[in-house]
Design a protein. Structure first.
Lengths: 253, 286, 346
């Protein structure tokens, strides 16, 4: 997709005296795999929360598909084509995998019928099965989500995000807590998806970021520290200092 | 006419102070354990019943005033351990648990004490001229005593170690644990304290209300009103709201009937819940 | 035999038993038990309204008695003032309750967790007091009675509620229909959105669900169920009284819902049934049987939070071969206000 995937202008958010996001202005180009990195507390997740409308920005514009979405509610933003995964993997624990995804597909298609059984919507189930295949959860169709392994929950969450047929996908630390094999699988999937959907991801794992990201934005203390390609960022002294200067909290991903 | 209205206002003040005591107990339970205690009004009722029973059997109201809150502490601790703690796992159902508890308490009292409402003679006789009418001396004493108890409560909360621990756990249980504060014991103690305060309110109120197993039903909504309007977590706000509501309701009943006054208070409470969920007096810190 | 098959067979047996009640019970000399079963059916709808909100949408309402009351008074007032027939009165009662649920739900559903429970009580108290003080309209505590119109009148043939058997079957028909509608809704896309909101309201919003509207729809449907219960109750007792709008009635409905199993479709029936039968039997030799009810409530929350239906389902699952869908049983009853809340919330 050409054109800007997302355009932020002067986006600011304060919590009491703390400035969590400080006048961020940036264009995320379409057709690229974008990454946001930065030390803990830099404001990355808060920025995502602002984009998805879960917390209101104090000021600034968030332009998606030509419209300012800064004042919209989360479900409206999802309907417009922005999907997201969360840092702490979040799905519908008490429902089966297929029901999880069906819920998302039904919502995406605006189906709210009260007097027909869910199972009667064949195309919805078909699409859900497609998504199960795509993320690699085949065989877990009937498993209750709370019984899934952590890695599988992450895959399910990805399926939910994809079910909304997004044009922009925000991934918040998608490989957090995964072992090497799961990470490989997840990274391959993200690469695949990024070919047809704009992606912005927050990640702590530098190796992965430098490997797959076309464009990297470094945040520190609520503001943009640097932007550029992997090569640019890797050689940027200010970035290195920002990471050295902050507490090494490797496990808090 | 004027004296009548003033008397109503003073009545309101007396009740407001007593209810402030009970509502504070509710607030610390709600604030710390996140439990809606549907039995809190029944704790008050236990205080009235216990107060009457002890006063009658020992002949001394003052003994009752001393013993009943202590019973409240023990009872609260027992209930917290036996009933509340095991059901906290189903956090959303604690209201159901306390509703069951309310049933148990009411029926126990009805079974042992009987369904007949009783009245208790005031331990202090006589009246005092106030604003041109003869006002019950006991009510004045009750108001003063309640105010003293309130002051003692805030002193306890702000100046003692346990009180500080309670405030710490309310504010941030995780940090409190890491600071070495025994959160489980503090939680149990807080529930016990809240219970004791409700029973204390009951004893104080016993001579000026009917003593029967249903007294708690009316008090509960009023306490919740005080807590919500005052602001959850805002203890001073709860006290202010309790007094304000009681005085206002007292004054309004001189113009309209009590039911309408109660409806107005409830509507006001709804408005606060919806518009200012942190209560009227913000500056409420959790 | 799969669990699903076993469950279906049990359901058929159960339905058959209910149909046979007016013919079987009198043979045991227990005519008045027919009325008890009818009462159980009526109250189970009130419990069902709690169950829909709690078990399927994750909202604990402690004020369903309000909509019960509107259903009740809708029937009584329309019959006394406008002389309407049976079906119109029933529909008016349900409509009144639903409208009230919409009007109050718009406000109540904005709140969550304990605040939602509190405001449902407050709303029901407001109208309880209003009903008590407008004695000229509602009869207050004493209530108002009315003569129920015939259920069906074709020429000379008429079915009235005066006949115990007819009354029973009419109630059974309405209740069965209501449960069937509820079952359909719960397994529909709408019902799935309820469950999604219950499980994880943040995730629900992030897949595009309007959480507020979803909860409101659930609230109105629950109000309709409670209103149906109230309407039937009015017909059953031939009267309406404000005392049934007090929060104790709401609380009892919550107890029935939880004891019966708040995540299960027929849970309300089991809960209301077991506790009302318990009441009928126990009150004969123990005046303070409510003590036991309170104890049962606490014990159920402590040891069997999924209630009778939950335990029953577990047993069936254990006794039969692995079959049936995972989504048949509801994993847990607690609404998911877990760590998916934003850091700025609560």
């Amino acid at each position: 997709m050409a054109g800007a995937a997302l355009r932020l202008s002067g986006v600011t958010k304060r919590f009491g005296g703390l400035v969590a996001v400080d006048g961020v202005t940036i264009d995320f180009a379409g057709g690229k795999l974008n990454a946001i990195i930065g030390p803990n507390g830099a404001g990355k997740t808060t920025l995502f929360n602002l984009i998805t409308g879960e917390i209101p920005a104090d000021s600034g514009r968030i332009e998606f598909a030509g419209k300012d979405i800064a004042r919209l509610k989360p479900h409206q933003i999802v309907r417009r084509g922005v999907s997201r995964t969360l840092q702490i993997k979040s799905v519908f624990g008490g429902l089966s995998v297929i029901d999880n995804i069906r819920a998302a597909v039904l919502t995406n298609r605006g189906i709210k019928a009260p007097f027909r059984l869910v199972s009667s919507f064949k195309s919805v189930s078909a699409r859900a099965d497609e998504l199960i295949e795509e993320v690699g959860l085949t065989g877990h169709r009937e498993t209750i989500a709370s019984a899934l392994s952590y890695g599988d929950v992450a895959l399910l969450e990805m399926a939910l995000a994809l079910a909304a047929e997004p044009k922009l996908l925000l991934l918040d630390e998608p490989i957090c807590g995964m072992g090497p094999q799961e990470t490989e699988r997840a990274v391959a999937m993200i690469r695949r998806i990024a070919k047809r959907i704009d992606v912005i991801l927050i990640e702590h794992d530098m190796e992965v970021v430098f490997d797959i990201a076309d464009f990297i934005m470094v945040m520190a203390q609520g503001g943009i520290l640097a932007t550029g390609t992997a090569a640019d960022i890797a050689s940027n002294l200010a970035v290195q200092e920002a990471y050295l200067g902050s507490p090494e909290d490797e496990l808090a991903c | 006419m004027n004296e009548f209205v003033l008397a109503l206002a003073v009545n309101g003040l007396v009740w407001g102070l007593i209810i402030a005591l009970i509502a504070l107990g509710l607030s610390i339970i709600f604030g710390l354990l996140d439990v809606i205690n549907m039995a809190h009004g029944d704790f008050f009722m236990l205080g009235t019943v216990g107060g009457l029973a002890i006063a009658v059997s020992t002949g001394s109201f003052w003994l009752a005033l001393l013993i009943v809150p202590l019973i409240g502490l023990l009872l609260g601790a027992a209930i917290e351990w036996l009933v509340i703690r095991p059901t906290l796992r189903q956090a959303s159902l604690t209201i159901v648990t306390t509703f069951g508890l309310s049933m148990i308490i009411q029926e126990t009292v009805r079974a042992t004490y009987g369904p007949q409402p009783r009245r208790m003679a005031a331990p202090i006789d006589g009246t005092i001229p106030l604003f041109g009418i003869d006002y019950d001396l006991y009510r004045i004493a009750a108001a003063i005593f309640s105010a003293l108890c309130l002051a003692a409560f805030f002193l306890f909360l702000n100046r003692t170690k346990i009180g500080t621990w309670i405030r710490a756990v309310r504010h941030d249980p995780e940090t409190a644990t890491s600071l070495g504060i025994p959160v489980a014991q503090i939680t149990a103690f807080t529930f016990a304290l809240g219970t004791a305060m409700a029973l204390l309110g009951g004893v104080i109120a016993a001579p000026i209300t009917t003593v029967e197993f249903r007294t708690g039903i009316d008090i509960l909504p009023f306490c919740f009103m005080a807590v919500i309007i005052g602001g959850l977590g805002n203890l001073q706000g709860t006290v202010a709201a309790a007094i304000m509501l009681a005085v206002l309701e007292g004054l309004v009943t001189s113009v309209v009937d009590p039911t309408t006054a109660r409806i107005a208070s409830l509507a006001f409470m709804s408005a606060v819940l919806l518009l200012r969920p942190h209560g009227l007096f913000s500056g409420a810190t959790r | 035999m799969t669990a699903a098959r076993a469950r279906l067979i049990c359901l058929i047996v159960f339905a058959a038993a209910l149909l046979a009640v007016p013919h079987v019970l009198p043979a045991f000399g227990a005519t008045f038990w027919v009325n008890i079963v009818a009462e159980i059916l009526i109250w189970s709808l009130l419990a069902a309204s709690v169950n829909l909100l709690l078990g399927f949408t994750g909202l604990l309402s402690f004020g369903q008695a309000l909509y019960f009351g509107f259903g009740m008074y809708g029937v009584a007032l329309s019959i006394n003032n406008w002389d309407v027939g049976f079906l119109p009165a029933l529909l008016i009662g349900i409509a009144a309750a639903s409208a009230m649920a919409l009007a109050t739900g718009i406000f109540a559903v904005r709140l969550t967790w304990h605040y939602f429970a509190i405001i449902t009580v407050v709303f029901s108290l407001i109208f309880y007091f209003a009903a008590m003080s407008t004695k000229w309209l509602t009869g207050g505590d004493d209530g108002m009675s009315f003569s129920p119109p015939p259920v069906l009148e074709i020429g000379d043939f008429s079915l009235t509620l005066a006949d115990t058997t007819t009354q029973y079957y009419v109630i059974l028909a309405v209740v069965a229909f209501a449960f069937a509608v509820k079952a359909l809704i719960v397994n529909s896309p709408l019902g799935l959105s309820f469950k999604a909101v219950r499980e994880n309201h943040r995730r629900a919003a992030l897949i595009g669900i309007n959480v507020f509207r979803t909860r409101l729809v659930a609230f109105v449907i629950a109000g309709a169920l409670a209103g149906t219960s109230g309407a039937l109750f009015a017909f059953f007792g031939r009267y309406a009284s404000a005392s049934y709008m007090f929060y104790h009635v709401s609380g009892e409905a919550v107890v029935w819902a939880v004891v019966g199993g708040s995540g299960a479709l027929l849970g309300p029936l089991f809960g209301a049934g077991s506790l009302i039968i318990f009441r009928e039997i126990a009150s004969n030799f123990w005046e303070n049987y409510l003590l036991a009810v309170g104890a049962i409530t606490i014990l159920v929350v402590m040891f069997a939070p999924r209630g009778i239906a939950g335990a029953w389902n577990d047993m069936l699952q254990a006794l039969t071969t692995r079959g049936g869908h995972a989504s048949d049983t509801v994993a847990d009853t607690a609404p998911a206000v877990r760590d998916n809340a934003l850091p700025e919330e609560r």
